[in-house]
Write a protein that binds this ligand. Structure first.
Ligand SMILES: Cc1cc2nc3c(=O)[nH]c(=O)nc-3n(C[C@H](O)[C@H](O)[C@H](O)COP(=O)(O)OP(=O)(O)OC[C@H]3O[C@@H](n4cnc5c(N)ncnc54)[C@H](O)[C@@H]3O)c2cc1C
Length: 437
């Protein structure tokens, strides 16, 4: 009998899992359940809006979504509209692909002041994620600080310093583009507790800063003088070498060439957020490396700023009824298998690291587990049971055809050169679907 599979989450991990299963040759029926009416997870809501070619991977996922053995159930909140236990009763296999949506918390004093945001919220805001559309950061400021030294920190900083003409080519929603374009911001600081050799920026993203029209990246040449640690080997060493070469190119640029500056402050550990109720600055302590760890030197200075975005990583949320490894922030699993009939892929399975395609091997592993676990075929009703339960509970399911209508409307109402004008409110999306019959 046909094997019924429910995949929870329609980000890259969910779609790669569906693709791998569809390619097994098994007699299979797959349903993808997604919290939002829109698919593709962080491809839509995380990847930087000025990186449209990266977001283009969604077209590949769309092809997978068109397979007749697969159905998309958008606007279904698993945990609220339907539980995992319900799904386990209905489907032979349930695959968790819910990602790691929460910020790792910044725990220094003052981190709760107004004007301090985690990157999940700030990135979600400029990407039009409905949960963050109304965070309304004050951008009538001269300086911002981004804490963290990975690509997410670079994305946030770049969006802040990009020219209005550059932002016009993105799908940043109007509510965010207007204050970003009007912002008098001139200086953005990226803080890293360790040195340039330890930073996690990929070199392509770093080099992209050389092409910004209104902004010059700035780095202290003294920070570049430290030797790359001997124990950094292979790819990590090559990345550090390339990045330091790029930082040298930054150090040779003339800051007077542009109206904005993006400062890389390495060996800088944030100690405290300053201000009354609203952030007015951050106190940082100079660090030095001891056995690869950043230790304070006691040398302290303050960076005045009106906005702080902490981009120090993400973490998954525990899922009721399933074990959770709080330290690693993942569901304990063996190469994606939690138990017979329940599996995990992507960030909830591996932790919040890696690029879009990193979820592809997870998908292959889980497809193999399912092939082994269900050699005799499936036994549970799957889609018909889900349809019935969601109808009884009055859930307004958004189908893949509905999503395509949202997609077409977003593209249709955009003003060139913007690729789309996103819906950023779930009720607006549903209203559009109901009115545009
Ligand atoms: C800010 C940022 C920028 C990035 N930029 C790039 C980049 O430029 N290039 C690149 O290769 N990688 C990039 N990445 C990494 C990439 O986005 C991730 O590797 C990838 O999205 C992880 O896939 P996932 O499917 O595990 O999680 P996600 O993409 O987060 O997908 C999870 C999905 O599950 C849904 N979901 C969650 N809970 C529920 C629930 N209860 N019920 C139903 N559905 C639910 C969510 O709505 C979401 O759609 C970036 C990541 C971030 C955070």
């Amino acid at each position: 009998m046909v094997i019924s599979v429910a995949i929870i989450g329609s980000g890259p991990a969910g779609f790669y899992a569906a693709d791998a299963l569809l390619n097994t040759g098994l007699d299979i029926e797959i349903d993808i359940l997604e919290l939002l009416p829109t698919p593709f997870g962080l491809v839509r809501g995380g990847v930087a809006p000025d990186h449209q070619p990266t977001k283009g991977v969604a077209r590949k996922f769309e092809k997978i979504g068109n397979d007749i053995r697969l159905q998309f159930f958008g606007n279904v909140n698993v945990g609220k509209d339907i539980t995992i236990d319900d799904l386990r009763g209905m489907y032979d296999a349930v695959i968790l692909a819910v990602g790691a949506p929460s910020d790792r918390k910044l725990t220094i004093p003052g981190a709760d002041k107004d004007g301090v945001f985690g990157s999940a919220a700030f990135v979600g805001w400029y990407n039009g994620h409905p949960d963050f559309a109304d965070i309304d950061p004050n951008l009538k400021i001269n300086a911002a600080v981004v804490i963290g030294s990975g690509n997410v920190a670079l994305d946030v900083a770049r969006v802040l310093v990009r020219s209005p003409a550059g932002r016009a080519r993105t799908d940043i929603p109007g509510y965010a583009r207007t204050p970003l374009d009007a912002s008098p911001i001139t200086d953005v600081y990226i803080l890293g507790r360790r040195g340039p050799a330890q930073a996690k920026f990929t070199n392509v993203e770093l080099r992209e800063l050389l092409d910004l029209t209104e902004c010059v990246p700035i780095v202290d040449p003294a920070d570049l003088a430290q030797a790359i640690p001997a124990d950094l080997e292979g790819r990590d060493r090559r990345l550090a070498e390339k990045n330091i070469e790029t930082f040298h190119a930054f150090a040779e640029m003339d800051p007077a060439l542009a109206s904005k500056r993006l400062h890389f402050r390495f060996f800088a550990s944030p100690l405290e957020i300053l201000g009354d109720t609203h952030v007015q600055g951050v106190r940082v302590e100079r660090t030095r490396l001891e056995d690869g760890r950043a230790v304070g030197t006691g040398v302290v200075d303050d960076i005045p700023c009106g906005l702080i975005v902490s981009a120090i990583g993400y973490r998954a949320d525990p899922i009721p009824g399933l074990p959770f490894d709080d330290k690693r922030g993942v569901i304990p699993n063996e190469q994606g298998r939690i138990d017979k009939g329940i599996y995990a892929v992507g960030w909830i399975m591996r932790g919040p690291e890696g690029v879009i395609s990193s979820s592809r091997p997870d998908a292959t592993d889980v497809a193999e587990h399912i092939m082994r676990d269900f050699q005799g075929g499936g036994s549970k009703p799957g889609r018909s049971a889900l349809d019935k339960a969601l109808a009884e509970r009055g859930v307004r399911v958004v189908s893949f055809a509905d999503w395509k209508r949202i997609d077409a409307a977003e593209a249709g109402r955009a003003s060139a050169p913007a690729p789309r004008q996103k819906f950023t409110d779930v009720d607006d999306m549903i209203r559009h679907l109901d009115e545009d019959k």
